[in-house]
Design a protein around this ligand. Structure first.
Ligand code: S3P
Length: 171
């Protein structure tokens, strides 16, 4: 029986807010892969990218997912690049249903503009970068997902409601 929910998707598609709301509603534990990495390394994510590089960050994600995939009754808020290593998806799917959140490029741009915590988007032309990364990543997200919700024009509550409705059809 799969009793975990795994929230995937590009940066700034609403994963954290939705995962926290879902965890609260379902009485499950909220786990953020990014937060686990920060805890483990005692470093902020931009610093890991700067000092140790993107490849090291992906290795840390693999380690964290290995641990998380042994847990039950959790809602996992995945960093946007988790799906790039298929082993992560395989591990997460063993006990979890994978929910993909998407949003329009404009909405991602707007939602991500308030923070500099995402090293991959700290570039001169952020919109161009989002389009480029999305183009490359979309097949990974789609292949991993058991269901998909476009959050562009939805509130957090709306997204949560849709996920719960969708889950009923999977019972
Ligand atoms: C990343 C997404 C970030 C974080 C890191 C890399 C990515 O998480 O893991 O900056 O490669 O998409 P969020 O998706 O929660 O912003």
């Amino acid at each position: 029986m799969k009793n975990n929910l795994v929230i995937i998707g590009f940066m700034a598609t609403g994963k954290t807010s939705v995962a926290q709301a879902l965890a609260k509603k379902l009485g499950k534990k909220y786990i953020s892969t990014d937060m686990q990495i920060v805890k483990k390394t005692n470093k902020a994510i931009p610093l890991i990218f700067k000092e140790e590089g993107g490849t090291k960050f992906r290795e840390l994600e693999i380690e964290i997912i290995k641990t998380i995939s042994n847990m039950d009754d959790i809602v996992v808020d995945c960093g946007g690049g988790i799906v790039l290593n298929w082993i992560n998806v395989i591990r997460l799917k063993e006990r979890g249903i994978v929910v993909l959140l998407t949003a329009s490029v404009e909405s991602i741009l707007q939602r991500s503009s308030s923070t500099t915590e995402r090293p991959l988007l700290n570039v001169e032309n952020t919109k161009e970068k989002i389009v480029e990364l999305l183009k490359f990543r979309e097949p990974f997200y789609e292949r991993a997902a058991d269901m998909s919700i476009d959050t562009t024009n939805l509130s957090i509550d709306d997204v949560v409601t849709r996920i719960l409705e969708n889950l009923k059809t999977k019972d």
